[in-house]
Structures are given as C-alpha cells and as structure tokens.
Design a binder for this molecule. Structure first.
Ligand code: KIV
Length: 275
C-alpha cells in the first residue's frame, strides 16, 4: 500500500498553469524551520545558491558545491509539505555538457525529493534545458543578472540598462522558454524590459528586482527579514530581525555574567524530602 501525504505538493506544471493568473509567491529558504513557516504562504520555495553568501559568508556564489545544495535541500523538503521546492544547480555542476547536467540534476531530484532544479543562463543553456526536460527534470530558468557569471560580469549590476541590450535578454528568455523551462526568474532588470519579457514568453516570469510586471516575485528570505548585512537596493525589508537578535543575545549575556540566568533549579524545583 502506498503512503501518500494528505497535502498535495504543488508541481512544476501547477506553477506553469499560473501564467498570467494569480501572482506566484516565492521565497528562498535553506532550513527546515524557515521552510515550515514559508510553506503556509508560498507557492514555491527556492533553495538558492545564495546560501553561499547568506549562510556561509562567501563573497559570491561561485564556490558553492552540489553537496551544500543537497544538504539544505533535504532540510527544506523536511520542513515543507505544500510548496514546490526548487534547488539551484551550483556553478560548475551543469555547464560542461548536457550529460553532466543530467547526472547532477537527476541526483538532486532522486536524493532530496525536490520537484525541480534551477539553472542560470539564457540561450547558452537552452540546449541543456531541453535535454533535462525531455528526460524528466523540470527546469526553472534564470536570466538578466546571473550571479554565477560574476567573474565575467565584474559586478552585480542591473542588466539591460541600455535599450540596445534588450534584444539579447529577450532572446535569452525566449530560448529557455522554448526549450521547455516551466518558469523563468528575471533578476535585476528595469520594468519596461520585465514587462516585455513577461509578454513575450508563455511561461510565468518570477521577478527579483524586476518590478511588478512579472507573474510572480521572489526575494532572499534573510534580505527581507533584515538579517543580511548587505542587500540589493531593490529589497524591501519587511522586518529588522538583526537588532532584535542582538538585543536578545545581549540580555542573555548579561544574565549569564550576573548569574541571574534561569538555571535548572527554576525549571525543575527540588522535591521536598519525605519525612
Ligand atoms: O540563489 C538565489 O537565491 C536565487 C534567487 C536570488 C532568485 O537565485
């Protein structure tokens, strides 16, 4: 007898079917406990390779490994029940050949149980995306600013600032959509271009710093919670947890130093001796 969860998890086709419909709510998560909270509100949870910068304090996402992604992918799958979980393929795990991409993506799907992977790159990645999709791997694509290319780009600058670049970015978006991607992250592009891309492709666009002209939105959770020391200009901080954590830790440290920290004696009062 098969044991099925009572809550049906969203799938890549469910997200694809939302093109032009109700906006798609997405956030990143790397942990079981934040994933549990996000699962109440989000359609899609991305285990982004931004974890290299957010969790590990790296300067870029380039050093992130497949093992790092899978470890946090397991945690997010354990914490969530309903959202589609997408895991980023890190730099160096899919570019060498479409066969390399398939071997690594299949491992991610089989070992974590997630529903899809994300690959950065436009036209240059289209052949790989087609290869994966034809073999049962749902792919979320990612164009505009592609942070894994930082060493070629030179900085995390907004893309398509000159209208002359729009054709190339539109070509990227069309190429990955035609290759079979079920959705498309558009990062750091101005509203008119985001609007143009959203109208041009038949798959949902998910914006990050790409205006409201997209079918859905994504942010890095720690950025919107005020836990990241440096955030892109476009990020709205919905709360500021940094100072709250600082205050709580300061209070704890003061109690430990003053020996007023609640000890086991408070929690487990001694029983009176029997006469
Ligand atoms: O790695 C990541 O968190 C991402 C999002 C910024 C889209 O790719």
């Amino acid at each position: 007898m098969s044991v099925q969860s009572e809550i049906r998890r969203l799938t890549a086709p469910d997200i694809l079917a939302r093109k032009g419909g109700e906006p798609i709510v997405c956030l990143t998560s790397y942990h079981a406990h934040t994933a549990r909270i996000l699962d109440n509100h989000c359609d899609l949870i991305l285990v982004g390779d931004s974890l290299g910068m957010v969790m590990h304090g790296l300067e870029t996402t380039v050093p992130v490994t497949l093992e790092m992604m899978m470890l946090q992918g397991h945690a997010v799958m354990r914490g969530s029940k309903r959202a589609l979980v997408v895991i980023d393929m890190p730099f160096g795990s899919y570019e060498a050949s479409k066969e390399q991409a398939f071997m690594n993506a299949a491992r991610v799907l089989k070992e974590t149980g997630c529903g899809a992977v994300k690959l950065e790159g436009g036209a240059r990645t289209a052949e790989t995306i087609r290869f994966l999709c034809e073999r049962g791997v749902p792919v979320m694509a990612h164009v505009g600013l592609t942070p894994q290319a930082i060493n070629v780009l030179g900085s995390f600058r907004a893309q398509g600032r000159e209208e002359a670049d729009w054709g190339r970015i539109e070509n990227d978006a069309l190429a990955v959509a035609q290759a079979g991607a079920f959705s498309l992250v558009i990062e750091a592009v101005a509203e008119p271009l985001a609007r143009k891309l959203t109208a041009a492709v038949a798959i949902p666009t998910i914006g990050i710093g790409a205006s409201v002209a997209c079918d859905g939105q994504i942010l890095v959770l720690e950025d919107m919670l005020g836990l990241s020391p440096r955030v892109p200009k476009f990020v709205k901080r919905y709360t500021d947890l940094g100072p709250s954590i600082d205050q709580a830790v300061a209070e704890y440290a003061a109690e430990v130093r003053a020996r007023t920290f609640p000890t086991a004696a408070h929690v487990y009062p001694m029983r009176a001796k029997k006469p």
